[in-house]
Structures are given as C-alpha cells and as structure tokens.
Ligand binder design. Structure first.
Ligand code: 48F
Length: 254
C-alpha cells in the first residue's frame, strides 16, 4: 500500500530536526568560518578525533574556490606532498607529471563534504560569520547571521555560538581576522595577500597556518592574507595541508 504524504509532516521533520541540531551547536569545541578546501579538511580531521565542529558557510554550496578549477576548467592540481590527504578523502587522482597530481574539482568538493559530514562535522550553509565574541584575553565564539539578511542588508541582529577555538577559513579576504583588526586596532595585523607566486605561496601557507590570537587560527588562503604571503592559483595541496595543520593546532589546544 502506498504511503500517504503529508506536507505538514515534511515541514515539521525539517524544522524540528534542524532546530534540535542548531540548539545543540550553540556550544562547540571548534567553529570554522568558511567551507572551502582548507575549512573542510580541518573539519574532517577534527571531527574524526571526536571534536564537536560547526562549519558556517555563507554560500548555498560548500567548496569555496574549488568548483571551477582553473579558469572554469574543472580540474585542480595537487602536489605529491598532499597525496595522503587525497587518500584519506578517497579522492581519485592521476599523475600529470613529476609529482603534479590532477583531480576532478567537482569530485573533490563532493568527497570533502561527504567525508567531513560523515566524520561528524556539522555544516551550516547559508550562514555567515559576521563577528567574533571577545573576552579579556581571548576570542571565544562567533557571531552569525543568515547570509540572506546580510545580502538584503536587513537590519536584523545576529546570534552567537560559543566555541573554544575559531578557525578563519574565509579565503582571500580573511574576513574574520580583518574584522578584528578593524574593530580593535593593534590586536592583530593583517598584512594582505601578495601577487601570484605558486611555489612560495604553497610553501609559506603551512608556516602561516597558526594561532593568530588566543583562540583564533587562520587556515588556507586566509593564513597567507594575514601573513602577507602570495596567492598560488589552482594548486590545492597547500590548502589541504593547511587544513590538516589547523586541525592539529586546534586539537592541541582542546
Ligand atoms: O575561498 P575558499 O576556497 O578558501 P580556502 O579554503 O581555499 C582557497 C582556494 O579556494 C583558492 C586558492 C587556491 O590556491 O587560493 O582561492 O582558503 O573558501 C572560503 C569559503 O568561505 C566562505 C566563502 O563563501 C567560501 O566558500 N566565506 C567567506 N567569508 C565567510 C564565509 C564568512 N564571513 N562567513 C561564512 N563563510
């Protein structure tokens, strides 16, 4: 016998489940701003260790700058050093030449999201981190709002999520760090991203992935923007290794 479908049951199922999860995630171990490659890799390695992780992503889709590969050719390059991460995420790749690996950017996004969620990370899409919660000598939460509120420039107050560690994975703009620099001059310094230099960019991103201020870690391109490192284009090994390093730093702090 065919089941009779009731729209109100569907509505209640979605609202009730989401509200329960959202309430539960008002207090987390780690809050990550941005579900680009670095944010999702960090989320996966943290969740895998049993850490309670919330990822807030402004856009409808996760994946940040990966979808379009290089100039809308949906392929990304990953250097050999990050092979282990591709294997951890069960991402297919093949060698182009001498340690330059290639992967389908659409597959990479799908696998990263799937693995991070399966490991236990909770991704809240369509939510932007617009500020942080600050105390005397540390940052201990994020201030969030619906991206639609931000886009429509509606005057609606945000809500807060308490977090032991905050990871800025907002990419080139390093939005969280820049916001703190603007609001509390002198607390942290954002030097700004430098022009393209893939080799140096990929090397420096690991060094630059660190705790910027007690409770705040910069990851991925945001780490280079804070430290004044160059951009590197569609090579993503550095983003992945940075995510893994940010997870290790956060783990050590928890
Ligand atoms: O830009 P994005 O992919 O950052 P990433 O992880 O990777 C950088 C590469 O994609 C590429 C590169 C490769 O060599 O340089 O650019 O450092 O992902 C950042 C994500 O953060 C979201 C944004 O929509 C994107 O999906 N985002 C940005 N600001 C906010 C945010 C915010 N305030 N709140 C929530 N999400």
């Amino acid at each position: 016998m065919r089941m009779k479908i009731d729209e109100i049951v569907i509505t209640k199922a979605i609202v009730e489940d989401f509200m329960n999860v959202f309430l539960d995630y008002t207090e987390v171990d780690v809050a990550i701003a941005g579900a680009g490659p670095s944010g999702m890799v960090a989320a996966y390695y943290l969740a895998k260790e049993g850490v309670k992780v919330a990822v807030f992503e402004r856009k409808l889709s996760v994946g940040g700058g990966m979808w379009g590969g290089g100039m809308m050719f949906p392929r990304i390059v990953i250097q050999d050093e990050a092979k282990q991460i591709l294997d951890d995420f069960e991402i297919n790749y093949w060698e182009y030449k001498d340690g330059y690996l290639l992967a389908n950017s659409i597959e990479v996004v799908g696998k990263m999201a799937s693995k991070a969620i399966k490991a236990g990370a909770e991704i809240f899409n369509l939510m932007s981190v617009e500020d942080v919660v600050i105390r005397e000598s540390s940052i201990n939460g994020v201030v969030i709002n619906w991206s639609s509120v931000e886009l429509a420039k509606l005057h609606v107050d945000p809500l807060c999520v308490r977090s032991k560690v905050i990871i800025d994975g907002t990419g080139h703009d390093a939005e969280i760090c820049r916001n703190i620099e603007r609001k509390i001059p002198g607390l942290i310094k954002v030097l700004g991203e430098k022009p393209m230099w893939a080799d140096v960019g990929e090397l420096s991103i690991l060094e630059n992935t660190k705790e910027i201020y007690p409770g705040l870690i910069a990851v991925g391109m945001a780490a280079n923007t804070v430290a004044g490192g160059p951009r590197m284009g569609p090579i993503f090994g550095g983003m992945m290794l940075s995510g893994e390093k940010a997870a290790k730093i956060a783990l050590a702090k928890l």
